[in-house]
Design a protein around this ligand. Sequence first.
Ligand SMILES: Cc1cc2ncn([C@H]3O[C@H](COP(=O)(O)O)[C@@H](O)[C@H]3O)c2cc1C
Ligand SMILES: O=C(O)c1cccnc1
Length: 345
Amino acid sequence: MIDLQIPSVHKNVGESAANYIETLTKPSGSLGRLEQIAIDLAKMTGNEFPNITPPGILVFAADHGIVNEGVSAYPQDVTKQMVTNMVDGGAAINVFGRQIGAEFRIVDIGVVTDVSEKEVINRKIRQSTGNFAVELAMTKEEVEKAVQIGFEEATLFMESGVKCLIIGEVGIGNTTASSAVLAAITGADPASIVGFGTGISKEQHENKIAVVQKAIAFHQPNSKDAIDILSKVGGLEMAAMVGAMIAAAQKQTPILLDGFISTVSACVAKLLAPGVENYMTLSHQSAEPGHLVAIQHLQIEPLLNLNMRLGEGTGAAVAYPILLSAVNMIKEMATFASANVAEKT
Ligand SMILES: Cc1cc2ncn([C@H]3O[C@H](COP(=O)(O)O)[C@@H](O)[C@H]3O)c2cc1C
Ligand SMILES: O=C(O)c1cccnc1
């Protein structure tokens, strides 16, 4: 298992950033939350003038046996097809990634079919998880392997120069796995978490709630044991995302969370490695109802609410320029003294 120790954030650097922001040529507090974002990034990176460029988008792809229960609006084949689409640059995450000058990598951690594209990093652990309505999603060893792989791939990505990590996913059925994981962690009724995912019908939604309720009753996951929860009702890409988040936090690299799957994985990461959450910023609030439950659990404030519900890392890529604005503010604005502007009377 990977090292789970998370370094403390640099509180003193945050304090100097806050003091320095007070000297910039603007009324105190007038850049609102951008000011706190700059302070938070300074605390994470240990640099009063943080560098978050280039951002890196790391997508983990995997399939889910739970799709046999009729929980998604799309066929399982779409996972592999979207991996190909991402390699070809046509997915939403490619578009938004290009627009922010992001580096992009995609890892196959458990797609059910063979992925032959050489651009896809092949770290397949198994072909899809098991159907957790009737069996374990995966063994505890497989969970630990996926966490380890996520950790390794994120580490390599950061070593290549990435300064802010966006961790995305693709995997048909993963809103069901995320709902079950969140129900296991929070104890909340799946009925208050389960949403419409890719756009299922009302009948399918009722079935999806029942599937998650039954799975929780069947497996009785231990709410305090991240590995137990992932093994019983999780996903391979979720476990890899957890490992990637821990790697970023250990390198004191800011993590920009995306939507439902990303935030649920962040809740798991916090359970496994407390302190990891201090390196996270939440990009947006997804339309998936369970996202609010995860947000409240993590006690983190989303930057945007655009009614998005796609995943892939898209919300994070769209929100990244907000982080960049905060950083450029503290790096480039003149001070009252340097610009010879009169201070408040
Ligand atoms: C074309 C397409 C592209 C996607 N990109 C991300 N997702 C998102 O939707 C899926 C989860 O929803 P559910 O649990 O309802 O299957 C995941 O692949 C997630 O990344 C997509 C879904 C589709 C159909
Ligand atoms: O919020 C998300 O991340 C999400 C919602 C629906 C489908 N896929 C992802």
